[in-house]
Design a protein around this ligand. Structure first.
Ligand code: HEC
Ligand SMILES: [Cu+2]
Length: 344
């Protein structure tokens, strides 16, 4: 009997184990909101949960009472009174759900209009406005100041930041669960939403629309800094130039040039953007969205054979000797704008 019960509970326990993943690392959770938009989603989630629980409890209570109370009694062989329809009850169970839906409808619609805004920088002159482009399988962030960041988007804390969402190839979806809702990045269409981080920190973002074999590896980070640190970061990003940064890793810069990496990876204002800009690659928390940034071997594997680490991505393989690779990686790591003593 007990064993039987345990067997029955196992699927439920497994579901709990999987769901506990939703509370995982690096703020990838909508259940611990860290900004106004996320808080609104959370509150609505709780509201609908409370309403659904109430409805379930009441409906099941009535159900069981009726099942028990109106059972056929022993020795009672008479046909019960036959009725057809009951107007009062029909009205009650139509009106109550309608009222409940109105209660859910009002905050949902007002919030949707508040957080999903027009994609037009002229309408958001007071806010930081960042143009986001989703690529298979990485993220590009263009700032109004005229520089580009890749994979990690820096924002000032406590301020509304408007993200304009576009896509280069297929549909992606921009989602930072701790900060707010998600909206699709659609080729040829510009959507926009705003997010605000209440606390400085690193918030994990995900592509939330199946976009190809490496969709699950299309992570990014939102890094929220105090306003003065943010301003400093913007200035530093603007000041980067490919050669200048190369000074302390000259040999690596040569390897970078010889292999024409710059054709796909801009540094500072120079170069193309077929791949993520490497302007501040040395500051990244991960490379290619998900891989350990401090792992030289993995980084070398990436440059030699990206397909192995991220199926279907658009970086070609490169045949580079061990010596050259060491220099190249030293150069990539030297691409930093973050001050050494920064605590972010
Ligand atoms: C044809 C274009 C192309 C060339 C050439 C190219 N890359 Fe890439 N690279 C990409 C693309 C696209 C990505 C993004 C892959 C992804 O994450 O899906 C990428 C990603 C990277 C990343 C990870 C960046 C990050 O922060 O996530 C590094 C590092 C990198 N490339 C280094 C190099 C180096 C070094 C070279 C030259 C030896 C090079 N790449 C040549 C297209 C290119
Ligand atoms: Cu995607």
């Amino acid at each position: 009997m007990l064993k039987n019960l345990l067997w029955r509970l196992t699927p439920a326990a497994l579901v709990l184990v999987f769901l506990s993943g939703c509370l995982g690392e690096e703020n990838l959770t909508a259940l611990d909101p860290k900004g106004e938009a996320a808080q609104w989603i959370y509150d609505n989630m709780i509201l609908s949960l409370v309403i659904m629980t109430l409805v379930s409890v009441i409906v099941f209570a009535i159900f069981f009472i009726i099942v028990v109370k109106f059972r056929r009694k022993e020795g009672d062989d008479e046909l019960p009174k036959q009725v057809h329809g009951n107007t009062a009850m029909e009205i009650t169970w139509t009106v109550i759900p309608v009222l409940l839906l109105i209660i859910l409808f009002i905050p949902t619609v007002t919030g949707t209009f508040e957080f999903h805004v027009d994609a037009d920088p002229a309408e958001h002159e007071d806010a930081v406005y960042i143009n986001v482009t989703g690529h298979q399988y990485w993220w590009q962030f263009d700032y109004e100041e005229g520089f580009t960041a890749g994979q990690e988007v820096y924002i000032p804390v406590g301020e509304r930041v408007v993200f304009e969402l576009n896509a280069e190839d297929v549909i992606h979806s921009f989602w930072v669960p701790a900060l707010g809702g998600k909206i699709d990045n659609i080729p040829g269409v510009s959507n926009a939403l705003w997010l605000q981080a209440e606390e400085p920190g690193v918030y994990l973002g995900k592509c939330a629309e199946l976009c190809g074999p490496s969709h699950a590896l299309m992570d990014f980070k939102v890094i929220a800094l105090e306003r003065d640190e943010y301003d400093q970061w913007v200035d530093d990003m603007l000041a980067v130039e490919a050669e200048e940064t190369a000074a302390n890793a000259e040999a690596g810069y040569e390897v970078f040039q010889e292999n024409a990496c710059i054709n796909c990876h801009a540094i500072g204002g120079e170069g193309m953007a077929t791949g993520p800009t490497l302007t501040n690659f040395g500051d990244r928390q991960k490379f290619a969205g998900v891989y350990d940034i401090d792992d030289d071997e993995e980084l070398a594997n990436w440059i030699r054979n990206p397909e192995e680490l991220k199926q279907g991505n658009n970086m070609p393989p490169h045949d580079i000797s061990d010596d050259d690779m060491e220099d190249l990686i030293a150069y990539l790591r030297s691409l930093q704008v973050r001050p050494a003593d920064a605590d972010y």
